[in-house]
Design a protein around this ligand. Sequence first.
Ligand code: IMP
Ligand code: MG
Length: 187
Amino acid sequence: MIDANGTIYQDLTHILVTREEIAEKVRELGQQITKDYAGKEPVMICILKGAVVFFSDLVREIDLPMTLEFMSISSYGSATKTSGVVKLVKDLDNDVLNKDVIIVEDIVDSGVTLNYLKNMLGQRGAASIRLVTLLDKPARRRVPDLKVDYSCFNIPDEFVVGYGLDYDQKYRNLPDIGVLSPRIYEK
Ligand code: IMP
Ligand code: MG
């Protein structure tokens, strides 16, 4: 595995959450969801592309029958600030009518993306919808009443990459989460 002296780490100012810290939280979260959904068969929805690494680790920590779905939406261009406009890029393959849905996101920032998704799946008749996020930046919320049901780490208002999160589609393969050096996006 790539270590913290690797080439791509040179674009970070520092590591914010280590792979060990992530693994521990993901394990705890998996156990919690296993308890909370006992007797159910949730539909786990991965929001591409950012959540894919987290999602693949999380589903393997949940001891329940489940199905996996993938959806792609974008509210970001290559900039580090949200555009506020959400676009559905890839829809689900199967409908969610009467299903217990768990939406898995990489990070909640303004909350616009998850709010849009939650409303959309609610209109399609899901029996229940809960939101899971790896990271939360509460300082940047623009949808104050958005309820995030499970969150692994609250982080400060800094632009982070790694463990699925990108800048301009890069850095998703970093095993840890780090703060991107401003010189990368200011040039
Ligand atoms: P929201 O709609 O503003 O909550 O934006 C959520 C989306 O913005 C996430 O799914 C990420 O793709 C992206 N995003 C927000 N903050 C960051 C960050 O610090 N690094 C990488 N992507 C981010
Ligand atoms: Mg992104």
